[in-house]
Design a protein around this ligand. Sequence first.
Ligand code: PMP
Length: 395
Amino acid sequence: MSAIYLDHAARTPLDERVAAAMTTAYAELVGSPHNLNHPFGRRAWEAIEVARHEIACAIGARSDQIFFTSGATESNNLALLGSGATNRLVVTCVTEHASVLEPLEQLERAGGHVVRLQVDRSGHLDAETLVAATTSATQLVSLMWVNNELGTVHPVADLAARVRRPGLLFHVDAAQAFGRVPMNVTDAGVDLVTLSAHKAGGPSGIGALFVRDARLLHPMLFGGGQQTGLRPGSLPTALCVGFGVAARRVREELTSDGANLTRSTSRLRTALQQRIGALTFLTPVRGAAPGILSVAFDGAAAEDVLALVGDELAIAAGSACSTGNGRPSHVLEALPVSPSVRHNTLRLSPGRGTTDAELDRAVEVLASAIALLRGLSDPTRAIPSSSNVLDQRGS
Ligand code: PMP
């Protein structure tokens, strides 16, 4: 039996329509999109502009506000370091992605002052806390739309409205929001928005930054002058085309995908509760995007569960970005929860292609592993033989 993929928050499989469009682009769009003197170059350029338009439409922006990058990490770096907020005040949140927190440490080393706001145990930020922290000297606010470990949604439109004033830049890392929740960056009134294609059925290695007004930002790379000089470098035509097709799919199918994903996520939640029990969900029932479920099982350390289920279930301990060092991620460290919850937290992330049968099988695999671990940690508890995870392997 092949492994069940419940790690879509780390990367989504390439959508088949994206793959087909990219294969055609690799074969046929051979010219440099930056050489418009010949038809090869012009065709590549036109294809990139169609993609840019699709991305803009998917998030309620104009094409000239979309700048291609290599992914969300680069977009976050460009937004934060390009804002010129050295020597100024920046407000962010402790649960942001490392690609936000680490550039902000750079700004601090250059003389900036960063305020990192705390969240509640579900990862929610209190709007009053944000308002109180944002003064007339604040130049930049950076908050994610959807948290990659918890699924918790920040109501960015409401938060931006509370702190908006001339001279303040509001950046949103929307890497996990794109394809999960409806987004209209113009209505939300934000200035800079980070996107990544591989979180929404697109290829890896390409992302974008929405920039409301290009005069707000300084480039971080120099040379070539492409994309009005804000993000120079030859554009990868096939990757841009793939991102564009993924964005069109998001625009056309978000409503049905979102409903399916919401149903899958709550099926998983109910089944884990009923079949395994003695658990803590960190992902809130309300105020979370579908497709991310963060859960800690009593008496079962996350790394032990991963070691037992690894060949059958693709899941993450806290965050794929921070596994490997045996420590809870910075997001879990920041939450007001017990150390055992931190150490036991797993992230289950179904996607649009995940079937009910896969979800049910995943719960059985987890139930067997957790029964084994709970039995080991409590010698007075008998381990039912049918629960031994080793019995289930290869069945
Ligand atoms: N921000 C968030 C919220 C993410 O989840 C990720 C990927 N885990 C990133 C940024 C970085 O994305 P990329 O891989 O496109 O650089």
